[in-house]
Design a binder for this molecule. Structure first.
Ligand code: SF4
Length: 333
C-alpha cells in the first residue's frame, strides 16, 4: 500500500475584506481534509469560486491558512521554519495554466530553467546547463531551444518549457493548475501524454486542478469535488464518476455530454446561482440549489458518509444507507 506524500487536515482559509470600516469575511476554504498517496494523481474539481485556487495556494505555501494542517512527507507546512519551507519548495513544483504569462519573456529558456536550480544551489554553471539540456530532451525539445526566448515558441512548446522548469529540480510532487486548458485542442493530448510519461518515469505525484471533467476522468486516480469552500465528495475517480453520489457531483458531471439518452440530466435539476463565500448558506451550502433538500439540510452541516472504501459523500441522502448498513451488520453479527 502506498504511503501519503501530502496530508491536509481540517484546512480553513478566511480572508477579511471590506471598505469604509465595514469588514466582511470570505470563507474561501472550510475544514478541508484529504491525502494524496505517492505516485497517484489527485484531482480537485468544482465551479469557479469553489475554493480550488485558494486551496492550491495553501498547498504551495503561497498563502497561510487560518487553521488546519498540511503535512508533506515529514514537513508540517503550517508554521514551518525557513529551512523546511525551502526544502518543501524544492520538492513541490507547479505548472500553471497559461504558459504565456508563466514564463519570464526577458529570459532565454536556459535562464528560465536554470533560475530555480541556481536558487537551490544546484551545482556550478556547467552542471546547470547540462541539466537544462537534459530536461529539454525529456520534454521533447532540442538542446538549441535553450538559447531562444519564450516568444519564439508555440503555446504547446511553451508549456513543455514550463514542465521542463518544474522537472529540473527533480521534485517528487507537482501541482498542475489547469495545465492544458489554455492550449489548442490539437496539442492537449500531446501535453497530457508527456505528463503521463514523466509521471511514470520519475514516480511523480500530481495534484491537478481542472474544470475539464473528461480530462480528470482520464488522467486521475482520486478526485475531490469542491463546493463553496468545502469538499463534498471524495473517492476513486471511477467511483465518483460512475456513482455520482452527491447531488452537486451529479450536476457538475452533467456538463459532460452523455451519449446515453436515458441518463438523467441533472443540469435540469439544479437551480439558482452558486452561493456567496461571504455569506454562505446555513447547513448544507448546496441546499438552496438542491432538488433533494430536506429540513435538516437547511440547518445542519452534513457529515461525511462513507459509501465504500475511500469513497465518501457529505450529503444526508446517504444517512439511511449508512444506517441500513449498520443495521444489517447487527443482524448478521
Ligand atoms: Fe441536497 Fe441535503 Fe444532500 Fe445538501 S445534504 S446535497 S441539500 S440532499
Amino acid at each position: 500500500m502506498s504511503s501519503p506524500i501530502l496530508k491536509v487536515s481540517n484546512l480553513t482559509k478566511h480572508f477579511a475584506t471590506g471598505m469604509f470600516g465595514k469588514q466582511t469575511v470570505v470563507h474561501a476554504v472550510e475544514d478541508v481534509s484529504f491525502q494524496i498517496n505517492r505516485g497517484e494523481t489527485f484531482a480537485l474539481v468544482g465551479e469557479s469560486g469553489c475554493g480550488k485556487t485558494t486551496l492550491t495556494k495553501l498547498i504551495l505555501a503561497l498563502e497561510t491558512p487560518t487553521s488546519g494542517s498540511i503535512v508533506f512527507d515529514d514537513i508540517e507546512l503550517v508554521g514551518a521554519s525557513r529551512a523546511d519551507l525551502a526544502r518543501y519548495r524544492r520538492a513541490a513544483q507547479a505548472v500553471f495554466q497559461d504558459p504565456y504569462s508563466s514564463l519570464n519573456p526577458r529570459l532565454r529558456v536556459k535562464g528560465i530553467i536554470s533560475e530555480p536550480l541556481q536558487a537551490q544551489g544546484y551545482g556550478d554553471r556547467a552542471a546547470r546547463m547540462d541539466r537544462v539540456r537534459e530536461v529539454l530532451k525529456i520534454v521533447g525539445l532540442p538542446a538549441s531551444a535553450a538559447d531562444l526566448y519564450p516568444h519564439e515558441f508555440s503555446g504547446g512548446q511553451r508549456q513543455r518549457i514550463a514542465i521542463a522548469r518544474a522537472l529540473a529540480p527533480q521534485p517528487p510532487f507537482m501541482v498542475l493548475d489547469e495545465p492544458i486548458s489554455a492550449l489548442d485542442v490539437s496539442i492537449r493530448a500531446q501535453i497530457l501524454n508527456l505528463l503521463t510519461d514523466i509521471q511514470k518515469e520519475f514516480g511523480l505525484t500530481y495534484l491537478i486542478v481542472a474544470h475539464d471533467l473528461a480530462l480528470v476522468e482520464q488522467f486521475s486516480t482520486n478526485v475531490g469535488v469542491m463546493y463553496l469552500g468545502n469538499l463534498v465528495e471524495l473517492g476513486p475517480v471511477e467511483k465518483v464518476f460512475s456513482e455520482r453520489s452527491h447531488p452537486y457531483t451529479q450536476a457538475l458531471l452533467a456538463s459532460v455530454p452523455n451519449p446515453d439518452p436515458d441518463m438523467r440530466n441533472p443540469a435540469d435539476m439544479i437551480r439558482g446561482e452558486v452561493g456567496s463565500p461571504v455569506n454562505p448558506p446555513s447547513g448544507c451550502k448546496f441546499h438552496p440549489r438542491c432538488p433533494f433538500k430536506m429540513d435538516i439540510c437547511t440547518t445542519e452541516f452534513p457529515p461525511r458518509y462513507q459509501l465504500d472504501g475511500k469513497h465518501w459523500s457529505a450529503c444526508y441522502l446517504h444517512k439511511d444507507d449508512r444506517a441500513t448498513a449498520a443495521a444489517l451488520e447487527k443482524e448478521t453479527a
